[in-house]
Design a protein around this ligand. Structure first.
Ligand SMILES: NC(=O)c1ccc[n+]([C@@H]2O[C@H](COP(=O)([O-])OP(=O)(O)OC[C@H]3O[C@@H](n4cnc5c(N)ncnc54)[C@H](O)[C@@H]3O)[C@@H](O)[C@H]2O)c1
Length: 321
């Protein structure tokens, strides 16, 4: 099996993250933008793909609030470019298009209840709306052109290699630098946390065993308020860095809440578990321990990815090959 990784290496992408794959004979990296239809058509022609797993996205809600247009461009326009290329290159009923999506398309929950396959779409941020649009486009290509597809809607991921704008690496980066750790509002918004390796395991099972035309919900069943999560994470960090318990919690700084901040996400993945035999293998505390270990061991990665000049240099090395 051959794997081709198409990535534009935006601020969130980093070739160092896939350095371990570069020497594999069945792996190729292509630098490029999914909105570039000429490039995407050329890659379909060159590699004769039999499946597309569509991860590429703008993914940070805060950025979608300041710059929604970029989110529509990548997440909606980029998705239609990939879908059109699939339609042009695959005969009806051939190929497989897997859209990696989010539970945020379902909007927000109150203190109880779970998102299910029957939950209506109700996105509330430009990010969520752009991913919802992409989900709809994928389903429409299935109904209209017979495109075989799969959609996965997943809860909040965390773990190694995550860009430090997302909550967990942001907390670890700030704790390392002993600078304030921002927490929105009172920190009572609730998320369902999924360790990234558990997500990847689910994606692999869905891709190879999922029923064509189906949607699978994937969650960690590990709910925590943002404040509870930050405190638990800092406790792990303090323990692993030999500091007194509670030492880093003094860095927590409550800041003005995010506009339209969804109160709670929680997803019912029992149907996925029953049908495909997948279940998350990490409790939140186990996942946090692994994550802290990884970031402590890779502190230079954290500094490098925040350094624009480093990333530009790294990308130019690729451009010049
Ligand atoms: N992180 C989560 O908690 C989470 C949860 C559910 C679903 N998802 C989905 O999983 C996917 C991956 O999320 P992530 O957290 O790794 O995102 P990320 O923002 O960390 O990384 C996005 C990747 O896409 C690439 N990219 C961005 N725009 C591109 C373009 N126009 N053309 C080609 N490549 C482009 C970037 O270079 C980067 O490598 C996304 O589709 C996201 O919506 C993420």
């Amino acid at each position: 099996m051959r794997f081709v990784n198409l990535d534009a290496l935006t601020y969130a992408g980093n070739l160092e993250n896939v350095a371990g794959l570069t020497d594999q004979p069945n792996y190729s990296f292509e630098l490029g933008d999914i909105t570039d239809s000429v490039l995407v058509e050329r890659l379909f022609d060159l590699y004769k793909f039999d499946a597309v797993v569509h991860f590429a996205a703008e993914s940070h809600v805060d950025r979608s609030i300041t710059d929604p247009t970029t989110f529509v461009r990548t997440n909606v326009d980029g998705t239609i470019v990939l879908l059109q290329a699939a339609r042009n290159n695959w005969k009806a009923g051939q190929g497989l298009f897997h859209h990696v999506s989010t539970d945020e398309v379902f909007g927000t929950l109150g203190p109880t209840g779970l998102f299910t396959l029957n939950s209506p779409y109700a996105p509330r941020s430009p990010y969520a709306a752009s991913k919802a649009s992409a989900d709809h486009l994928v389903r429409s290509f299935g109904a209209t052109y017979g495109l075989p597809y799969l959609i996965t809607n997943t809860s909040n991921n965390y773990g190694p290699y995550q860009f430090p704008e997302k909550l967990i690496p942001l907390v670890l980066n700030n704790a390392r630098q002993r600078i304030p750790i921002p927490v929105y509002g009172k920190g009572d918004n609730v998320r369902d946390w999924l360790f990234v390796e558990d997500h990847c395991a689910a994606l692999e099972i869905v891709l190879f065993q999922g029923s064509i035309g189906s949607t699978y919900l994937i969650g960690g069943s590990q709910e925590s308020s943002n404040l509870g999560l930050v405190k638990a994470l800092l406790d792990v960090y303090d323990e692993k860095t030999g500091q007194a318990s509670g030492h880093s919690q003094s860095l927590i700084s409550f800041v003005q809440d995010r506009a339209g901040h969804d109160f709670r996400y929680a997803i019912d993945s029992s149907e996925t578990q029953k049908e495909l035999g997948w279940s998350p293998q990490h409790s939140l505390i186990e996942g946090l321990k692994k994550t802290v270990d990884w970031y402590m061991k890779h502190s230079s990665w954290l500094s490098n990815i925040l350094d624009d000049s480093y990333r530009t240099y790294y990308k130019s090395q690729y451009d010049n090959r």
